[in-house]
Design a protein around this ligand. Structure first.
Ligand SMILES: CC(C)(COP(=O)(O)OP(=O)(O)OC[C@H]1O[C@@H](n2cnc3c(N)ncnc32)[C@H](O)[C@@H]1OP(=O)(O)O)[C@@H](O)C(=O)NCCC(=O)NCCS
Length: 360
């Protein structure tokens, strides 16, 4: 067997570089990985978006390596290192041709090495699973949160365990088939509107936050990093301010992506009380992604989550008329969010396991 070699991609900023020329091959590895694990490619970043998405920024350093064997690219390791917060953490993404365990094993070792070199002590990642083993299955590994099981005898979980990673949490992966029935949306929206009462109004925008809401958008985004259930995953509050929102929107545009955002504004204080943001890649017509949804603690219990979600989903039919599927991931124990999603018609399609490894 020819030996594996690793090559760091240091020249991705130049679209004409030899490193950039490897991106279509990496993309194809990811496409094949998604077809194996999910049976579809909705979650694959479009090729034309990938190079931009792989570039680092003042907020996140991104390191990419390819594994080569006999001159062929057979695997990739991508690592994201937050720079303004979570400076112990590094997010890890691996892919290998045919999920080859020997290649992944080498990429896991490389990830440890790169993390140490960069003074990062916690490695973090997510892994998709189409199904869950039954409770009582001798191979079932349950998350410490008590919600969600994976089959620990499958090659990937077995590899994580071998390398000292720990399963910390699971998320439910669900999809809402679109267009959603308009009578259901209208009924849920009217009910939420009645519960919200006269103190809240809906505001919304697409791709660019109006200046008056920049700080409000940033404060909601900060709360997202602490208020969402994280089990025992080590995650600190993300540093988010108006500049970072503007930076996020610049990147969205550069990556040929877009978003719609609906927020509930508390009229007496002018505060943005809650929001939901749906994102999409412009190169794909059919899939879109339910990203953030949050209501600030002091505004909960007024059905604002349902209010903004029903409004945003209705708007999607206008701004993305070809859209067919809205993908989302929610912590298995997040009953408040899951209740809203189930009422909206989201269907469970699998789970995602959240893993962390602490380097000694
Ligand atoms: C999901 C979420 C937006 C729902 O908030 P909401 O729209 O205010 O929820 P509802 O109005 O439907 O609340 C129904 C009841 O649950 C309570 N509730 C809602 N979210 C709660 C939470 N996270 N913790 C404790 N109680 C909560 C409400 O106070 C209300 O109680 P009441 O009936 O006694 O008045 C909110 O829980 C939240 O922001 N969670 C944190 C962010 C998050 O997890 N987002 C999803 C990421 S995938």
């Amino acid at each position: 067997m020819t030996t594996l070699t690793f090559h760091e991609l240091t020249d991705l900023a130049d679209p004409q570089s030899a490193d950039s020329a490897l991106i279509p091959t990496i993309h194809e590895l990811v496409v094949q990985q998604n077809l194996r694990s999910m049976g579809h490619t909705d979650l694959v970043t479009p090729l034309e978006t990938r190079r931009q998405a792989m570039l680092g920024s003042e907020y996140t350093t991104r390191l990419s390596f390819v594994a080569e064997r006999g001159g062929e690219v057979v695997g990739m390791l991508h690592m994201s290192l937050p720079q303004k917060d979570n400076r112990s953490l590094v997010y890890v993404d691996t892919v290998a041709v045919d999920d080859d365990v020997e290649i992944l094993d080498a990429l896991f070792r490389l990830a440890d090495e790169v993390a140490r070199k960069n003074d990062r002590s916690i490695l973090s990642t997510w892994e998709p699973h189409r199904g869950e083993p039954e409770a009582g299955d001798p191979n079932a590994l349950e998350a410490p949160t008590g919600v969600g099981r994976i089959d620990a005898s499958e090659p990937l979980p077995a590899l994580y365990l071998k390398h000292g990673w720990k399963l910390e949490q699971t998320e439910r992966y669900s999809v809402l088939p679109l267009p959603a029935p308009s009578d259901l949306l209208a009924r849920l929206h009217a009910k939420a509107l009645a519960k919200a009462g006269a103190e809240y109004e809906i505001v919304h925008w697409q791709d660019h936050t109006p200046e008056e809401f920049l700080e409000g958008h940033a404060s909601l985004q900060r709360a997202m990093s602490t208020d969402v259930p994280h089990g025992d995953l080590e995650i600190e509050e993300t540093v988010y301010d108006a500049d970072r929102i503007l930076y996020f929107e610049k990147r969205i545009a550069e990556e040929d992506r877009g978003y719609v955002l609906f927020a509930a504004r508390h009229i007496p204080t002018g505060d943005l009380a809650g929001f939901t943001r749906i994102e999409y890649a412009k190169a794909y017509q059919e899939p879109c992604f339910q990203e953030e949804t949050l209501v600030k603690k002091e505004h909960r219990g007024h059905a604002l989550g349902m209010l903004v979600k029903t409004a945003a989903i209705a708007e999607l039919a206008v701004v993305r008329p070809g859209v067919k599927r809205l993908h989302t991931w929610n912590a298995g124990e997040n009953s408040y969010m899951l209740d809203i999603n189930v009422a909206l018609g989201f269907e469970k399609r699998g789970i995602e396991s959240a893993w962390q490894k602490k380097l000694s």
